[in-house]
Each structure stands twice: as structure tokens, then as C-alpha cells.
Write a protein that binds this ligand. Sequence first.
Ligand code: DQA
Length: 145
Amino acid sequence: MKKVLVINGPNLNLLGKREVEIYGKTSLKEIESNLIKFGKNNTLEFIFKQSNEESKIIDWIQDCMQDDYSGLLINAGAYTHTSIGIFDALKAIKIPIIEIHLSNIHKREEFRKKSYISEVANGVIFGFGSYSYILAAKAMKNLLK
Ligand code: DQA
């Protein structure tokens, strides 16, 4: 089993209750169980984390330098568009990174078009609601084979 860390940023704990017309009705807990189910059938173990705090997210990214994670999936929420700290931490790690968004960030406000994460990610998946996570898991499986 290869271990893949999944980091979720601010407000993603509210999925299913927050702006459902944009983010859908699926909760983060349901997304997590869908990924775990996908992992069991695909020899991947997903370790799920969520925080509203930038420093915790940076610490978890840094964990990828010591812990035996093979890949990282990250939806940094609003920090995607602002955080040079997260950008620098991602540059320090050597494993494949896939950026995820539920919404199509290019179809929304202008400020969402800038992503610091895209500059360091192997690839980006956005716009498919909770299914973006499964697509990212499939892409990670392919990167790790
Ligand atoms: C998001 C998009 C971000 O712009 C926003 O701040 C979020 C969620 C997404 O998954 O669509 O919190 O990352």
C-alpha cells in the first residue's frame, strides 16, 4: 500500500453546508470515505487532514519530507490564491503533488484565477465537485505506478 496524504484547507470542513450551489452537497467525511474505498481497490492508503490554519497545513506538507508518503493531494481552499508559505513548503518536498478544487476556479472571481499551488503541482483537477477528488486519486495512482 502506498500512502497518499490529502490536505484540505480553510472552510472545507463546511462542505455539504456551505454554498452548496457551488461546492455541492457532499460532506468532507463522505469524500474521505469515497477515497478510502477507491484506495482499497487500488493499493493506495489515503490519509485525510483538514485545517483552517495556514501553519498547520505548512507543517503537514513538511511532514512529507520525513514520513513515508508517496504522494500529496491538496485542496488549499482560499490559501491557494494567497499563500507563499504553502508555495515554499510545497517546493521543498520531492513527491508528486496534485492540486484539487471542487469548483471551476477559472469561471469565478478574478482573484481565484491565480494559484500559487499550480506552479509546483504535477497537475491540477478542478470543476467536478466532489468527483475532483476521485479524478485526482486516479491521476495519482497513474503517477505512482
Ligand atoms: C476551492 C476554491 C477556492 O477558491 C475557495 O476559496 C475554496 C474552495 C474549491 O475547492 O473549489 O475554499 O478550493
